[in-house]
Design a protein around this ligand. Structure first.
Ligand SMILES: NC(=O)C1=CN([C@@H]2O[C@H](COP(=O)(O)OP(=O)(O)OC[C@H]3O[C@@H](n4cnc5c(N)ncnc54)[C@H](O)[C@@H]3O)[C@@H](O)[C@H]2O)C=CC1
Ligand SMILES: O=C(O)[C@@H]1CCC=N1
Length: 271
């Protein structure tokens, strides 16, 4: 059982912060009134406000009010923001970074000695309780901290503890991967339009096709190659389409995309 009364903070109240915050609230793991997000301008706080969550322009207020805090700012401003809140971080805080590429070593260097840190990589689908997250522990984070995050995320995301090396790979596979899926959905819908179907119907069918395919894979536990085979009638429509996808190097292109994003996350961790 989660402590529903505990405050959960977000330093940075943008897209990813809102996705996690609303996922936690929808999963009934936190009361909406016990979520606090900070950002410099109102523009970025509006979603939090509309969702009944607390907002502030002051990162310090988040540190003073919450013990569990997601660091949901862009990687390039993380050092500046951690510098600003440094003196307010105490052993009571658990800091959970979602910043792509930023290593545990860098986070710990930027925070007071002994700070409990978890490094995570989520994806945007936390917002609809279908997210993925992997995380690793910093040197001072405890078993309880890891279980706390897993309980917190339960109901809005798959959440696995992994070696730190997998975090950048998960950025390439799933953090960014949802964007590849959107491109695939858009292309399916465009194909429908090309063949004469109205766009809105085509788009809804494309989205549901992705949902259904993912659900089949997870619920049956079957390998995607087997499920693909189930769709292919000999001499039928699907195998003709699959031949075209192979001609366009779909699988190799997707593997290259995961590699490119992973390498970019690794580079971001170096600078
Ligand atoms: N967008 C995504 O799908 C994913 C993003 N991430 C990570 O999440 C983090 C945030 O990314 P997004 O939400 O996409 O960016 P975003 O630009 O939507 O959100 C960043 C937020 O930080 C706020 N901010 C700017 N300066 C600040 C400061 N000095 N103090 C406090 N807040 C400040 C902005 O106003 C904004 O609300 C990044 O580190 C990114 O790597 C990780 C996985 C997926
Ligand atoms: O594009 C990015 O850097 C972030 C991390 C994964 C998804 N969005």
């Amino acid at each position: 059982m989660m402590d529903m009364e505990a405050m959960v903070g977000f330093v940075g109240a943008g897209t990813m912060a809102f996705a996690i915050a609303s996922g936690l609230v929808k999963a009934d793991n936190v009361h909406r009134g016990n979520v606090m997000g900070s950002a410099p301008s109102d523009k970025n706080l509006i979603q939090f406000k509309n969702g009944g969550m607390q907002t502030t322009h002051c990162n310090e207020s988040v540190l003073r009010s919450c013990s569990v805090i997601f660091l949901t700012i862009k990687p390039n401003i993380l050092p500046t923001v951690l510098g600003e809140i440094y003196s307010l971080v105490t052993p009571e805080h658990l800091l959970i970074s979602v910043a792509a590429g930023i290593t545990v070593q860098t986070l710990e260097k930027l925070l007071p000695a002994g700070t409990r840190v978890l490094r995570t990589m989520p994806n945007l689908a936390c917002q609809v309780q279908e997210g993925t997250m992997v995380f690793c522990r910093g040197s001072h984070a405890t078993e309880q901290d890891a279980s706390h995050l897993q309980r917190l995320m339960s109901g809005c995301s798959l959440c696995e503890e992994t070696p730190e090396a997998f975090i950048n790979i998960h950025s390439g596979l799933s953090g960014s991967g949802v964007a590849y899926a959107y491109m695939f959905a858009e292309a399916l819908a465009d194909g429908g339009v090309k063949m004469g179907m109205p766009y809105h119907l085509s788009l809804r069918l494309a989205g549901q096709t992705l949902v259904g395919a993912g659900k089949m894979m997870l619920e049956t536990g079957e390998h995607p190659a087997k499920l693909k085979g189930d769709v292919c009638t000999p001499g039928g429509t699907t195998i003709h389409a699959i031949h075209e996808l192979e001609r366009g190097n779909l699988r190799s292109t997707v593997m290259n995309a995961v590699e490119a994003a992973t390498n970019q996350a690794r580079n971001m961790g170096k600078s």
